[in-house]
Design a protein around this ligand. Sequence first.
Ligand SMILES: Cc1cc2nc3c(=O)[nH]c(=O)nc-3n(C[C@H](O)[C@H](O)[C@H](O)COP(=O)(O)O)c2cc1C
Length: 362
Amino acid sequence: MTTIDGIDLEFATLDEIHEAALARLDPGVRDFLEGGAGEEVTLRRNRAAFDKWAFVPRIMSGAGAPDISGSFLGIDLDIPVMTAPFGTDGLFDPDGHVAVARANEGAGTVSIVPEAGTFAVERIAGAAPGAAAIGQFHPLGTDQTFLTMMRRYEAAGYRALCLTCDCPTGGWRERNLRNRFSPDESIIAGNYPGGPEEYGPIFGQLFAQTAPIWTWDRLSSLLGQGTLPWIAKGIMTVVDARAALAAGASGLLVSNHGGRQLDGQRASLEVLPEIRDAVGPNVQIALDSGIRRGSDVVKAIALGADAVVIGRLAVYGLTAGGERGVARVMELLGAEIRNILALLGRGSLAEIGRDAVMRVTD
Ligand SMILES: Cc1cc2nc3c(=O)[nH]c(=O)nc-3n(C[C@H](O)[C@H](O)[C@H](O)COP(=O)(O)O)c2cc1C
C-alpha cells in the first residue's frame, strides 16, 4: 500500500472509488446499481437537495479537534454513518455483506443487514458480531414467514430491526427493463436457500407484483410479540412518521429507497426537517438516499438526522475493493466530516444544528 502521512493513496477520494467500482461492473449490473425508478426524477432530486443548503461557518470559535462519534438507537457509532440493507450483494463482491460488516466493525459502525442478501443473517453475525446490529426485513408474505425472520434476528444477536415499509411491490426500474436484467435468484437466496419454493414473498416482490395487504396495525401486533426495538424504513411524510411511532417504532429511517421505488416524490433531505419538527427532538431519526460525501452527512445532521445510512456509496466501496474498499469509504467519509466540522468551527456533532446551514436559491 502506498501511503503518505498515513493516507492511503490507493483511493484518495470517494469519487475515485465510485469510478473504480463502475469500471468493474458489467453494464446491466451497473445500471441496476446506479438507476432509479421511472424517469429517475427522485434519484436526481436526492442529489440536488444537498446543494440547496449552504453551510454557515463560525470562525474563530475556539473549537478543538472535531469529535464525530454519535449513536443511534443506543448503539454507539464512531462515525455517524451506517450501511444500508442492500440485497443482491453477491453481484458486487463474493464476500458481500460479510465484507461490509467486517469493514464496519473496524470502522466502529454497524450494518443494517438485508433479508434479500447473498448470505444468511446468522453467518454475517458470526463474522462480525459487533457490526451485525440491525436486521432488515420486509412486511410481506404471511405472519408466519414474518415471525420466523424476526426470531432469526433475535436468536442471532441483532440489537434492533429495520422494517422496509415502502415496498408493497418493486419499483418500475426502466433501465432493468430495457436491459432485460434480473439478478439470478441465488444472489438473494442467502436467507431462503430453497428460493421461491421456500419463501415466495421476497422473490415475488422483486420479480413480480404482490398484493399490498400489510398495515401498521398488522405490523405492530407482530412486532409486539418480539423483543427488539424497531425502526420503519421508507418514511417520507409526517403522516407516516406519526403512524410508525403510534405503531411502536423506536425510530425512523427517512428514505425514498435511493429513488428506486416511487419516482416523482421529494428528496429525502427535503422532508427531513419537517419530520424532525413534527416528532420532536427525542425520536431517533436516520436518513438515506443520496449521501455521497462527508458534507452530505453534516447537512443531514444539521437538518435533524441522528445518523445517516449509505446505500450505493457502500456498494461502490465493496465493488472497488471488498472489505478494504468499504473501510476506505468510511475512512474518507470520517476525514471529510472532521474537515467540515473544523471549518464550520464546531467541535462535535452535537454542535451541528439548524444554524449550521441555510437555504439558498442559487
Ligand atoms: C443494489 C441495491 C439493493 C437494495 N436492496 C434493498 C433491500 O433489499 N431492502 C431495502 O430496504 N433497501 C434496499 N436498497 C435501498 C437501500 O437500502 C437504501 O435505501 C438506498 O440505497 C439509499 O440511497 P443511496 O443509494 O442513494 O444511498 C437497495 C439499494 C441498492 C443500491
